[in-house]
Design a protein around this ligand. Structure first.
Ligand code: DGL
Length: 270
């Protein structure tokens, strides 16, 4: 039984860590396209081509279900993939919806009409591409009314994390939070809409202040994956072994992954 986890680079490890803890019996095959990260400055066509290539590699590794643990790929390519590309016996799911369900206090898969929710002012931090697609606002509008979303494209943060430059990543996070606060001085909630950002969650929380509830995806995605597999156990593929695949330099990527997750992670060439 294996499930695939896809990301442009290291960020999806935040999701991998949570799903592996939630579903300890399941094998997970991780694919990081580190050689081409960041995706957040690429156009939709490019992201579609790179994402489908990565997902195909995960199917070859025995995964019938792949989680796009990359908001940028989900925002720019997922709908096209689902409508035109994913074969009938496979599934590709994104990481947006569980987050929006949590923010709008909905149970998994509740498709009732949009309604008023407690949170009115939401700050969204995401990559420039994700912000440009407005995918988050679109999904939110299906579920909630009267929510004001201010989005901050966080240029440079993914690059700094991929390069292992924590000092630069922290400085960039602070400046992006400042820029957002100039437009929305008192957000009630903040969404970390990129799977790399939980690696900087403490900095986001400090810069936003203690009154802002910060939502990040990993645990929410883990819960919805567990729920999904309970209803669709046949979607766990035939793969047996957990693996970490990268298009980048396996030694370098393993070193950074080990540092981020604080346990030994060994990548191999995809
Ligand atoms: N972790 C990806 C996301 O969730 C980062 C995208 C990128 O490579 O810029 O958006």
């Amino acid at each position: 039984m294996a499930v695939g986890i896809f990301d442009s680079g290291l960020g999806g490890l935040t999701v991998l860590d949570a799903v592996a803890r939630r579903l300890p019996q399941m094998a997970f095959v991780y694919y990081g396209d580190n050689a081409r990260a960041p995706y957040g400055v690429r156009d939709a066509e490019d992201i579609f081509q790179l994402t489908t290539a990565g997902v195909e590699r995960l199917w070859d590794a025995g995964c019938d279900l792949v989680i796009l643990a990359c908001n940028t790929a989900a925002a720019a390519a997922l709908r096209r993939m689902q409508e035109t590309w994913v074969p009938e016996n496979k599934r590709v799911l994104g990481v947006f919806v569980p987050l929006i369900e949590a923010l709008t206090e909905r149970r998994w898969g509740d498709n009732s009409p949009p309604r008023e929710v407690a949170v009115k002012h939401v700050a969204l931090f995401a990559t420039p591409t994700t912000v440009a697609t407005r995918a988050f606002q679109r999904e939110l509008a299906f579920r909630a009314i009267g929510v004001d979303v201010e989005a901050q494209p966080c240029g440079g943060v993914v690059d700094a994390i991929e390069d292992g430059d924590e000092i630069l990543a922290e400085a960039l996070v602070r400046s992006h939070v400042d820029a957002l606060k100039r437009r929305m001085p008192h957000p009630e909630a903040a969404i970390l809409g990129c799977t790399h950002y939980p690696l900087m969650e403490t900095t986001f929380q400090q810069a936003l202040g203690p009154d802002v509830k910060v939502y990040s995806q990993a645990n929410l995605v883990a819960e919805s994956l567990a729920d999904y597999l309970e209803r669709r156990p046949e979607m766990a593929g035939i793969g047996k072994d957990s693996m970490f695949l990268t298009t980048g330099d396996p030694a370098k990527v393993s070193e950074k992954a080990t540092q981020f997750l604080r346990r030994k992670i060994t990548f191999q060439a995809a």
